[in-house]
Design a protein around this ligand. Sequence first.
Ligand SMILES: *Cc1c(COP(=O)(O)O)cnc(C)c1O
Length: 401
Amino acid sequence: MNKFHSTLPVDADGYYGRFGGAYIPEILHANVSRLSEAFHRYAADEEFNRELDLLLRDYVGRPTPLYRADRLSEMYGTNIYLKREDLCHTGAHKINNALGSVLLAKRMGKTRIIAETGAGQHGVATATACALMGMECVVYMGALDVERQSPNVERMKMLGARVVPVHSGNKTLKDATNEAIRDWCCNPDSFYVIGSTVGPHPYPEMVAHFQSVISREIRSQLLSQTGRECPDYVVACIGGGSNAAGAFYHFIDSPEVRLVAAEAAGLGVDSGQTAATIHVGSEGIIHGSKTLVMQTPDGQIVEPYSVSAGLDYPGIGPLHAYLAETGRTEVLAVTDSIALDAAFRVTRTEGIIPALESAHALGVLEMKRFAPDDIVVVNLSGRGDKDMHTYMALKDTLKNT
Ligand SMILES: *Cc1c(COP(=O)(O)O)cnc(C)c1O
């Protein structure tokens, strides 16, 4: 049988430099090592990969287009390509990982899936995969998010998932994650689907693997469109880091490709109202992994803030903490207002309404100068339907609309 080899800079214990690992309660050790073993086995299994590839093609709609945005390119004086993850079934890249993970769960003989969700995108993607594969699905969601994101709550319910509102803490993603982990400890036979490149090893590696299809496609699409496999820049937003991990994956070992990560600055890196974890965080442990965390000097988590619910997380995947620390990625902190401006500009020059998260990646076009012959690929992680309410409420705060 083939052995799976990740090209990520990760060791056998799940460390990316000094970040990563698996900091979990004793009761989950056996469970997590079984998961690790199954993931490494099936990631190299031809039959598993054939089934997943078929689903990605016929169910998700892959490959997603790599679109040369002519008007945007002209506006910024460079060559901008948008990787259209917004065209995936359910509207964002999250379905890539949800399908891979639930298919793995099925192979492992699991029948019950647990997930946590913030804005609800990962919850919808997981509920979708569960409906497709006939699995029981329980989604934990902060009570405040249940109120703020009601269309996604309704979608999950229609898909047959049970949505459990979490009333502890400040009733958002971090609290939902704690509750999902608690459920998993009580029900170790369930399969926990994590929605980003966070959590204990092997999750960051596994989620990056399921998202790596994004950069695999970019390489071959760029080759056929431009005669070059490698762009000068790949730009992506990072919440926990899964769409960025997918967009960077097959370029990490190509040093001529500059990788740019956009984190959410909120009202500004020094404003106290931010989610720019790499800029303001320090080493700590959150949700099972050692990484950069927004925390007080005595280790209390600092509540993050961003206009974008999907980037509003006080940690960052260990892969991204490592890539930033080693200088492999350049990390820009993009404020709410730059992201909002970028969202309206792209909508009105290209007719594409991006997700608020993706708008942070597009904000990089405002903050950085590119040369006329540069090729810049921006990962458009999702579509903006879910954010219409926010866009309409904030549009009067913009300069040019
Ligand atoms: C969830 C989400 C993100 C942030 O999550 P990552 O794991 O950092 O990718 C970004 N964009 C969209 C559209 C999302 O739904």
